[in-house]
Design a protein. Sequence first.
Length: 434
Amino acid sequence: MIDPHLLREDPEAVAETLARRGYRFDVVRWRELEERRKEYQIRMEALQSERKEASKAVGEAKKTGDEATAEERKGRAETINRELEEVSAAFEEVKAEQHQWLLDMPNLPDPEVPEGEDETANAEIRREGGRPEFGFEPADHADLGETLGILDAGTGAKLAGSRFTVLWGMGTRLCRALGQLMMDIHADEHGYTEVAPPALARGEILEGTGQLPKFEEDLFRTEADGLYLIPTAEVPLTNLHRDTIADSGELPARYVAWTACFRREAGSYGKDTRGMIRQHQFDKVELVQVVHPDQGLQAWEEIRGHAEVVLQRLEIPYRVVELCTGDLGFAARRTYDLEVWLPGQGAYREISSVSWCHDFQARRMQARFRNGEGKPRLAHTLNGSGVAIGRALVALLENFQQRQGSVVIPEALRPYMGYRNRIGVSRPQGGSPG
RNA sequence: GGAGGGGUGGCCGAGUGGUCGAAGGCGCCUGACUCGAAAUCAGGUGACGGCUCCGCCGUCCGGGGGUUCGAAUCCCUCCCCCUCCGCCA
């Protein structure tokens, strides 16, 4: 949520900044609402004050046993109440409209964010890792996975529909190993606290991080209880600080979680229908930090570095991109994407997104800390994938594939793979019943 | 799912219709005592919002609604926590 004070003091500046990311903010209408709000609020509070006095007077009269005076004073209070009711109703109406407005408004992009309408305007910062040279035409992960008998889209569809995949044997093992490696790196080397949060959350929790009310159609929702399946662990992890005031010593708070993520992928019908790139359910290791505002920028760079370590350890080539204004997520003020090289597609694809949300989410969920003077202030929240496990598996298959379709396991992962150094083409033990 | 108990300020915990933003304690801040500290004593110490902003006003006792001139206190409803029973990985 954008700071209401800023909105009041300089709505033009807000509108200008939002325009950079393609959001139109109607300043004239806002001003109009503000004027009404002010008028109603002043009147309402004056009436409340009057009523308070009047009620007190009733009490005093009753105490002295002067029933006649008490009755007369009651009448006065009733008169005040009638007007108060009208004014408050009007006030609440304006207030509700303003609130709705605020909830739908995306975060302000940082002045540093490159200008642009869509992902084609994102700024490439640098490339890391050498792309593999194949003496043959590299296959894509869907073919590789099928040949290896580890990825099974058909059975996934049978069980749950399209965009679901069943992992078999070494596919499962790979997924487990990747998650384990990532968790170890972040917990042991980067100082994050491991958390196992619920995979379902209430609506207000999703509102805190910004998925609701605007992006309901992207979420799975349970019918009986009205709970939402989390689209990312960012949701529960960031909300750990909801309605809390952290003591000075508790920041920066760093959390890491390995969870399944669920996305309806509404509006992406044609996209990435092949393979595991875009699934309704996928595992992801997520990093979240809640920090002092002075450390926001620094934490953002730090998380990006933490995510990069994973890719470096896995020896997967990637590039770092800063998203342009038009490609920024709803809650983000600045975002880095890490994109891995996929030889099967001949393209870089997103595997991690690292966002500095400034106080946007903190304001929505009232995540605060006590400053030097002991006053509660909004914290800054940040999140980043560290990294997406499904896509890491895809990248690994495609980058480490061999001529015959087997896949070499990168050094760092071997301890987690029972010290295997490659996955062969033979069918897994037990095989598929189908 | 059934029965009962409960949700009060950073924390603990009183308060069952009126002057209660709320006793008391802890914590924290200031002062006294002390070479200094501890202990002790005295005073102070909530959040949010509005405005004609060195002050005044309003709101806030889990959320929402209701009764009343007036609600932390009464009623309805939802959420959460605890105990017992049932069920269950």
